[in-house]
Design a protein around this ligand. Sequence first.
Ligand SMILES: Cc1cc2nc3c(=O)[nH]c(=O)nc-3n(C[C@H](O)[C@H](O)[C@H](O)COP(=O)(O)OP(=O)(O)OC[C@H]3O[C@@H](n4cnc5c(N)ncnc54)[C@H](O)[C@@H]3O)c2cc1C
Length: 406
Amino acid sequence: MHTLIIGGGAAGMAAAIACARKGDRVTVVERGRKPMKKLGVTGNGRGNLLNAGAPCYYGDQPFALDVLRHMPYENIAAFLRSCGIALTLEDEGRIYPASFLAASAVDALMNTAQELGVSFVLSTRVTHIEPGFAVHAVQTLFAPDTVLKSGRVKPGAPIGEQETVLKADRVIVAAGGAASPAHLTDGTAYEMLTAFGHELVAPRPALCALTAEKAPIEGLSGQRARAALILDGQFASQGEILFADDGVSGIAAMQLARFVKPGSRLVIDLREAIMGEEARMDVDAWLASRPARRMSSLLTGAASPQLSNALLRMARIRPDTAPDAASIHALAQVIRRFEVSVTGTRGFEAAQVTAGGISCAQFDPATMESRLCPGLHAAGEILNVDGACGGFNLMFAFACGLLCAQ
Ligand SMILES: Cc1cc2nc3c(=O)[nH]c(=O)nc-3n(C[C@H](O)[C@H](O)[C@H](O)COP(=O)(O)OP(=O)(O)OC[C@H]3O[C@@H](n4cnc5c(N)ncnc54)[C@H](O)[C@@H]3O)c2cc1C
């Protein structure tokens, strides 16, 4: 059985190793010059590989939960350990390589695949798949690498392209979504599956910074805060935010990107950031108890001057006035509800994950096989599943990849 895997990311590598262990002859066709470029930068280079807590998925959520019933967290962790990756548990169920280096997970998966005899066809972009299967691709050719005086290797420049066709008994499409085109995932791979009749749910950026109307956030760029967020009165998120020139970033804001629509409004509750351990107190009473002769200094010691100025500006309070009940109440309102109009997200270039993708409706969650074309499988982010931040996206990719071998 010759299994051909399109995409050498998390899902593709898990599939390659699992299929090779089962006895298949395995070829991975990867668009980049090396596999797993994205995996190497995940979790800020630390690689948040899995999450041991309750699964948190969007899109075709029941399908994602079925996948994880067939390939539970414990089995995926055991697979990673079997490849030599020592794991460690951090807050909120997040699992990292014990080295806290995503690169060490990349090396371990690569060594395992090579020891099993998996073949790699690199710098090769699959264009389409013919039933049967004939996989059509374009390979980029490079001049030889040069070794510099410093000993550093300078990769050869591209010098041409060559069309190629690879035959296989089984094909696994694990070519990622539309997020982060810098990692060669730009949404062009969907066509490989839509050509077989699989539906595409419109892709949009997820886990991405939000862009916002400038006025409320002016002067706040670079300010961090712990906050509770509510988008459009229904989608909640909590944690660190980072104000930027063009909007709001940080994990808590990024988690909301998948829900953004035209006219979205974001309410930022800044009580925790400003009141700390006293955040449960009545904000008016807390402000009234603070020692200050001017509104401008009421938040000194609790908020940065930039944040204090922005809050006073939004509450329409003159900084040089003395605190009175009306001004304190207006400021308290803004601390509880710092409201910004969201204009969108920073787009796929800045997104970590894709919401939307190929509908899971026509795939079997036990094997990831297409119900429209026997022998064709899909795995990972190319599918209409996106997970919360915290290791859920890589976990889904690994789970799908492993199921392809069953
Ligand atoms: C900066 C960043 C940080 C992240 N951090 C985390 C984290 O800590 N934890 C977490 O769970 N998730 C994280 N994610 C998300 C996670 O990396 C992805 O969801 C996951 O890698 C998806 O795995 P995949 O195998 O489906 O696709 P990918 O890892 O995207 O791999 C797809 C592969 O297919 C190749 N390819 C694409 N098109 C073709 C083609 N036509 N022919 C051949 N090959 C092709 C690509 O080059 C790529 O190597 C992060 C993402 C980014 C961008």
